[in-house]
Write a protein that binds this ligand. Structure first.
Ligand code: IVH
Length: 695
């Protein structure tokens, strides 16, 4: 039996180990212990604390999971005010020079005097936090609030793994470490993906966050710490609040850089880009260097911060109106801006994908003027509730296409009658008028006029000319681009009207090459039905489906005239492919292109339809499980497939029949749970002989 003393000793040792491994894992990114081992230690500590509740200390690693739901947050008066920082909006090198010049002037340094030493940091885009440690233990976390009074968010901050609950090494009686709580972009994207799933599942109170800052702020101000714990937050330390004097056990750090190293030694993350610099030239170099890295960082920054390194000089410089004279934020172009939606248009991509695009009042964002921003697809546009006339947040980071991240709250709050209509995707292609279709399970609508649609022209021609299709040698990317741009080709049949003179008249086209292309075009006319079918670029009709179709029907007209039911009889053709084929050939423009190609002399040898084997089980899905008495599984599968059935690997609501042999396991259980028909081998053979039993 464990005595209380044994338990206390064991809990302390476990706590020590867990702190160390959490730091290795979360801060240093260098885990030494497999997750499962960590979990074991954690669970053992939880068990001890359950038995002896007095062992459950505030800095116990088990306290990261979040405690009671709160009614509200208590107010905290900061012992040392949390100041803000002057922002240098001149984003050119001039911004850094101006700061250095001000500092030198205040310090009374002559023009030819020594350079001032600075620390250059990143300006993180999150929320400032004051973390109070007494004798090394985190006792309170408070938001900045108005700088004088903030809110006590200790419970939520305990769930942030990058924040030590207990300082490593020597700890002073009191120290307040300040820094930024933020959310990494990848964590933000994953959180929003989860939020979208919840909303899709009908959870009314969930929302999608506009940006990581907003998500981090929401998590910090969560009244339910369990929810806060499920929102992945991170932390960087960069400043100091109250601290015991060196004579009373506080560290002796004469510079900001020394403090940052002390924070790191205590177990806090400090950005690795942090650097010392001398004089304006090195500040400028830092600003430019980080500017180049900005888009590759895993989190958002909106600038860099320069701080006079020496605390003695900081003291000399002092403050003006709550802003220190010894620090400045030097910004980068904002990656998010507000602007108005003038219209919502639909663009058609090279492959026929329809994308809703917001036309915007011109706005300078991410370093360029933006007038268009993508809304991705119909669901996104509707979920974000973007309407014409709304003020929206536009984001452009790096070379990424600008996107609308959300509608400004003011616009969302307007009465429905004063807002434009909710976006709906047009059901015809805005470029060519063919039907636009959205397949089940897909988010995108696509134009079905592949052969005719000007938006898809280049892609369609390249596909038609590809080696595995009509194999028109020499007709590559560049040439197609040239021919389409010069309006020499609009649709595929135009290819066969190109003569030597036209081709030879193109820029950078030698007579010899022109002659080769004419010959290649002539040669391509004699083709095969599968190549021709594949070359049409019908969605979901790849080479092997094209072969199956050709074999089954023998003639192109038979394929073009087949009903969906008839198409479904073809080996490997399911409902998606059948619908795609039917829709394609239903577009008058597509049929016209096919006719014109035939008229231009494109020909192939047509065959006879394959002998019609009866396919009594077409459209039925079977699953085979366990060991059958006489047939191997492959033999059973072949027999079922010959009869037109599909044989799947797992049981679902869509399964029509499960064939169960000896030692059938979970698949049989699942079939029974779902009420799916179950037969044995003899039952299967009976179905094969007599057909599907209609009830
Ligand atoms: S120092 C006395 N350093 O920017 C100086 N602030 O207005 C106090 N921030 O509220 C701030 N990165 O949320 C400092 N490396 C950094 C920072 C930083 C981001 C934020 C912080 C503060 C605001 C300044």
């Amino acid at each position: 039996m464990t005595t209380r003393e044994d338990a206390a000793r064991e809990a302390a040792a476990l706590s020590e180990q867990l702190h160390r491994h959490a730091h290795l894992y979360y801060v240093l990114d260098a885990p030494e212990l497999p997750d499962a081992e960590y979990d074991k230690l954690f669970q053992r500590l939880q068990a001890l604390e359950a038995e002896y509740p007095e062992l459950r200390t505030a800095d116990s690693p088990t306290q990261r999971v979040g405690g009671q739901v709160l009614d509200g947050f208590a107010k905290v008066r900061h012992r040392v005010p949390m100041l803000s920082i002057r922002t240098e909006t001149d984003i050119t090198p001039g911004g850094a020079s101006a700061f250095d010049a001000r500092v030198r002037k205040e310090l009374g340094l002559p023009e030819d005097g020594p350079q001032v030493e600075y620390v250059c940091e990143l300006k993180f885009d999150g929320l400032a936090m004051n973390l109070r440690y007494e004798h090394g233990v985190l006792v309170q976390a408070a938001t900045r609030g108005d700088g004088e009074v903030g809110e006590d968010v200790t419970q939520n901050i305990r769930t942030v793994h990058e924040i030590p609950l207990r300082l490593n090494g020597h700890a002073p009686p009191v120290v307040e470490v300040r820094g930024e709580v933020y959310m990494k972009r990848a964590d933000f994207d994953a959180l929003n993906a989860r939020q979208r799933e919840r909303i899709a599942a009908g959870q009314k109170n969930e929302k999608v966050f506009v940006n990581p800052r907003n998500a981090a702020a929401g998590a910090v101000r969560q009244l339910d710490p369990a929810i806060a714990a499920s929102r992945p937050l991170s932390f960087f330390a960069y400043g100091l609040g109250e601290v015991s004097a060196p004579a009373e056990g506080g560290p002796d750090c004469p510079t900001q850089f020394d403090w940052l190293q002390q924070f790191h030694a205590w177990g806090f993350p400090v950005a690795s880009q942090t650097a010392r610099a001398r004089g304006a030239a090195e500040l400028i170099a830092f600003h430019e260097n980080i500017g180049r890295q900005r888009d590759a960082l895993p989190y958002d920054i909106d600038g860099v911060v320069y701080k006079v390194d020496s605390l003695a000089l900081q003291g000399q410089l002092g403050f003006v109106s709550r802003e220190p004279r010894w620090a400045v934020a030097h910004k980068y172009p904002a990656q998010e801006q507000l602007t108005e939606v003038l219209a919502i248009e639909v663009q058609v991509g090279r492959t026929g994908k329809l994308t809703p695009v917001a036309k915007l009042a011109p706005v300078f964002v991410g370093g360029v003027t933006v007038t268009n921003a993508t809304l991705h697809n119909e669901d996104e546009a509707r979920r974000k509730d973007v309407r014409v006339g709304d003020t929206v947040i536009v984001r452009r980071a790096g070379d990424v296409i600008p996107e609308v991240v959300g509608v400004a709250p003011d616009s969302l709050a307007r009465p429905e009658t004063e807002r434009g209509a909710l976006f709906t995707m047009p059901r015809v292609c805005p470029v060519c008028g063919s039907d636009a279709l959205r397949e089940e399970g897909e988010v995108d609508y696509r134009c079905t006029g592949g052969l005719f649609c000007p938006a898809q022209r280049k892609e369609a021609i390249l596909h038609f000319a590809a080696r595995r299709a009509l194999d028109i040698e020499g007709l590559g990317d560049k040439l197609v681009e040239q021919l389409v741009d010069a309006q020499l080709i609009r649709t595929l049949p135009d290819l066969y009207r190109l003569g030597f003179t036209t081709l030879a008249g193109l820029d950078r086209m030698a007579d010899k090459s022109a002659a080769n292309i004419v010959a290649a075009l002539e040669k391509s006319k004699q083709t095969t039905l599968p190549r021709f079918l594949f070359g049409l670029g019908i969605r979901h009709v790849g080479e092997s489906t094209a072969k199956d179709l050709a074999k089954h029907f023998g003639k192109l007209d038979a394929i073009m005239g087949a009903t969906e039911a008839e198409l479904l009889e073809v080996n490997d053709v399911g409902p998606v492919v059948a619908t795609s084929l039917r829709t394609f050939f239903d577009q008058p423009h597509n049929r016209e292109v096919v006719e014109q190609l035939r008229a231009s002399g494109v020909t192939w040898e047509e065959g006879e339809p394959a002998a019609r084997t009866p396919r009594p089980l077409a459209g039925k899905t079977f699953v085979i499980t366990g060991t059958l008495p006489t047939l191997s599984r492959d033999e059973a599968k072949d027999k079922l497939e010959e009869a037109g059935a599909k044989v799947a690997g797992s049981v679902s609501k869509k399964t029509d029949c499960v064939v169960a042999g000896a030692e059938a396991g979970s698949k049989l259980d699942k079939a029974q749970a779902l009420g799916v028909k179950v037969v044995d081998e003899a039952g299967m053979l009976a179905i094969l002989a007599d057909g599907w039993p209609e009830v």
